[in-house]
Design a protein around this ligand. Structure first.
Ligand code: NDP
Length: 372
């Protein structure tokens, strides 16, 4: 495991403890710690019991509106462990060959796909056919064409498709968005997003294009891409990009190591971003406007997120991102709740169009238009 994730792993424990403190108003206003919640609960099966699936499962233990009730896994020993740890009944356990049978299971409402990036397309299409709602990890797929097919398939099957954009529910991030919308930074001029970590094990799927669909951009640069959109409130219309590679053995053809990219937005604002698998301690957003600024450091790790603006430190509560995300997504799916920043498939297709354009710009060396 790389050092960034080691670090985040350690932080996750204290963040989980912090979530137990009252956070009413952010997580779930009905759950103010002394009033029992008796509303609808989203019953979720997790597909892919790996590092992140494990984190989501643990965080879901503190959810009010979402409950882990099932698993889909290719590893029988993990299924057994999860069954005993989370009390999952045998009838809610599936593998990749038989999970279509979930359509006959009235005790599961949604499947959360947390498998390697390039498998999301197939997995989401197959879940949609079962009539269950889908939550899919980022990147939703490995290109915009596949992403659009996933959106269309879920629409056709009349199921919701949400993407694991946990930062869209993070309190300090939401405060910066509120301030920007209220005009407190004035006209937005510039965004800077720096996202990266030093990746370890060269044999992992993240460094195998067949499973990852790319390199750092797909995995970690997507935070700067998506962040540039929710921080500025605009979608970029052009990109320039430069890729650098110090280790062509570890980072093979199609697996980017470091990419620097610039965006232009319709208002004239610009962004400058860095995505890398070769630098530690890189997790920073900076937003600059005519009247003020916001800096988030760290900006997208598991927390605690820290930030300040020209008006001072951001003091919103620390939350466990995945707990809040799953409660909020239950509200979206079951009650039609509208998030401040969208987390649906269309939102993800925009990021995938930008990723397609970044790779094209890096390859051609040309300023590339992005059409939505
Ligand atoms: P892991 O490698 O830790 O886990 C992936 C799991 O997918 C495996 O454990 C396995 O579970 C399953 N799987 C199915 N087919 C394959 C295959 N061919 N090769 C490898 N694994 C397979 O990855 P992560 O959990 O770190 O990442 C999974 C997804 O979650 C990615 O899309 C990633 O981008 C996203 N993610 C999101 C984060 C966020 O903060 N939103 C953070 C980290 C990751 P099983 O044995 O049960 O079948």
């Amino acid at each position: 495991m790389n050092s960034r994730r080691d670090f985040l792993q350690k932080l996750g424990v204290s963040a989980l403890a912090l979530h137990l403190a009252p956070v009413s108003g952010w997580a779930n206003s009905k759950n103010n710690n002394d009033v029992a919640y008796d509303g609808p609960v989203l019953r979720v099966a997790i597909m892919g019991l790996g590092g992140y699936g494990t984190r989501v499962a643990e965080a879901m233990q503190s959810c009010t509106k979402a409950k882990l009730v099932g698993v889909i896994s290719g590893t029988p020993s993990k299924i057994k462990d999860w069954q005993s740890k989370y009390g999952i009944p045998e009838k809610n356990c599936y593998n990749y060959e038989n999970f279509e049978n979930i359509k006959n299971n009235p005790d599961i409402d949604a499947v959360y796909v947390i498998t390697p990036n390039a498998l999301h397309h197939d997995h989401v299409l197959r879940v949609a056919k079962t009539g269950k709602h889908v939550i899919c990890e980022k990147p939703m797929s490995v290109n915009a064409k596949q992403g659009q097919e996933m959106v269309d398939a879920c629409k056709k099957a009349n199921v919701k498709l949400l993407v694991g954009y946990r930062m869209h529910f993070e309190p300090k991030t939401l405060e910066v968005i509120r301030m920007r919308k209220a005009g407190e930074f004035g006209k937005i001029l510039f965004f800077q997003g720096q996202c990266g970590f030093k990746i370890g094990d060269p044999t992992q799927w993240r460094l195998n294009k067949q499973l990852s669909g790319g390199g750092s951009i797909m995995d970690i640069g997507i935070y700067a891409i998506n962040g540039s959109r929710y921080m500025t409130g605009e979608d970029p219309v052009w990109v320039t990009a430069v890729e650098t590679k110090t280790d062509p053995v570890k980072f093979k053809e199609g697996v980017d190591e470091t990419v620097q990219f610039e965006f232009g937005f319709p208002s004239g604002a610009v962004a400058s971003c860095l995505s890398t698998y070769n630098m530690s301690n890189l997790d920073r957003f900076f937003l600059n406007g005519e009247k003020g600024f916001a800096e988030m450091l760290p900006s997208t790790g598991y927390g605690p997120i820290k930030g300040r603006t020209n008006k001072g430190e951001l003091t919103q509560p620390v939350t466990v991102h995945q707990t809040v995300q799953m409660d909020e997504m239950a509200g979206i799916i079951l009650e039609g709740k509208q998030p401040v920043v969208p987390v649906d498939g269309n939102e993800a297709v925009k990021d995938l169009k930008i990723i397609d354009a970044i790779y094209l710009a890096a390859k051609t060396g040309k300023k590339t238009e992005i059409n939505y």
